[in-house]
Write a protein that binds this ligand. Structure first.
Ligand SMILES: Nc1ncnc2c1ncn2[C@@H]1O[C@H](COP(=O)(O)OP(=O)(O)OP(=O)(O)O)[C@@H](O)[C@H]1O
Ligand SMILES: O=P(O)(O)OC[C@H]1O[C@H](OP(=O)(O)OP(=O)(O)O)[C@H](O)[C@@H]1O
Ligand SMILES: [Mg+2]
Length: 285
């Protein structure tokens, strides 16, 4: 039987969340990440632990069928690689930053200047889209130090909280793109492998849906059920079960985890009592 080969980051920002999402899909991987290759015991899957920055090329060559990779790396090195699912973690931006003292008005101010980055293609394309050229200094890490040591006038690098920029006396002046971890697929997969990919994607979607939702239960006087129903965004219809106490029901629903505090206030106002909010393990539509 064919085995699906998936690349995940060996160590770094994506590693733990990538392993966790496979685990949440019910997949048991047979070792820790001390080896570069591991097999799943209960899914036709082989996991290859690789450098994030090498993953786009492995996908292009078909050495791996699938990968969990930062989308910004695909923009840099894998333009034609198909993304089949955004995964919602490792969210960041790729931005242009300059020293705080730089009097920046527009991108034209950087024409012809030295830009330090680990993402030369992204930089060329971005400045090229304004008809500008810059002098790229490619470095593989600690990019934010470059202006302070006289290596560059500006940088293009990853920004998340902004604290690395702040510590290095830099300011973000343009956001080139927004990125997150994604599930990306090689252009060379066979139809047999594609079936395994579809199965895995189905499981990942169930996990992601569950992560973004909460199950909510509450006691509601029967004459308030319609009003409560209007507050709850429901998948199909509300589940309403009679309670032992005459005139009351137990109402169940699924709500978005980011809006549940707002919804709960409205539910209380509308007469709901004993509200319980529970995590959802998996959600299959
Ligand atoms: N501070 C951050 N906050 C959120 N996401 C980030 C942050 N830094 C990087 N990322 C995302 O995580 C990915 C992996 O970053 P990380 O620094 O672990 O590895 P890397 O330097 O790209 O590479 P490699 O695995 O090749 O050594 C990046 O490509 C980016 O998508
Ligand atoms: O806006 P912030 O929250 O400060 O995050 C941004 C920093 O995070 C990443 O570096 P990382 O810590 O991964 O180190 P690295 O340069 O060794 O990859 C990135 O390269 C930035 O330097
Ligand atoms: Mg990094």
């Amino acid at each position: 039987m064919s085995t699906l080969k998936i690349a995940i980051q060996k160590s770094g920002r994506l590693n733990e969340d990538s392993i966790q999402i496979l685990k949440d899909c019910g997949i048991s991987i047979n070792n820790g990440n001390d080896q570069l290759k591991a097999e799943a015991s209960n899914f036709p899957l082989e996991v290859l632990y690789l450098r994030n920055s090498d993953i786009p090329q492995y996908l292009i060559d078909g050495v791996v069928d699938l990968a969990i990779v930062g989308d910004n790396l695909l923009v840099e090195k894998g333009k034609h690689i198909e993304v089949i699912q955004k995964l919602g973690f490792s969210k960041c931006k790729v931005s242009v930053a300059v020293p705080k003292t730089f009097e920046y008005n527009s991108i034209q101010d950087l024409a012809g200047l030295r830009v330090a980055t680990s993402y030369p293609n992204t930089v060329n394309e971005y400045f090229g889209s304004f008809g500008l050229k810059v002098d790229i200094h490619q470095i593989s890490g600690s990019v934010e130090i470059a202006p302070n040591i006289g290596l560059a006038d500006a940088i293009v690098d990853i920004v998340s909280s902004g604290s690395t920029l702040f510590k290095n006396n830099l300011k973000e002046v343009e956001v080139i793109l927004k990125s997150e971890a994604v599930l990306a697929v090689s252009p060379k997969v066979s139809s047999e492998i594609q079936k395994h990919i579809d199965t895995l994607k189905f499981r990942i979607q169930a996990v992601l849906r569950a992560r973004s939702s909460k199950y909510i239960l509450m006691n509601v006087p029967n004459d308030k059920i319609d009003e409560i129903g209007k507050i709850l965004p429901v998948l199909r219809s509300l589940t309403v079960l009679p309670l032992a106490q005459e005139g009351w029901s137990s109402v169940h629903s699924v709500i978005d985890k980011d809006t549940f505090w707002d919804v709960i206030d409205k539910l209380k106002e509308a007469g709901a009592e004993g509200i319980l909010v529970c995590p959802i393990e998996k959600m299959v539509l």
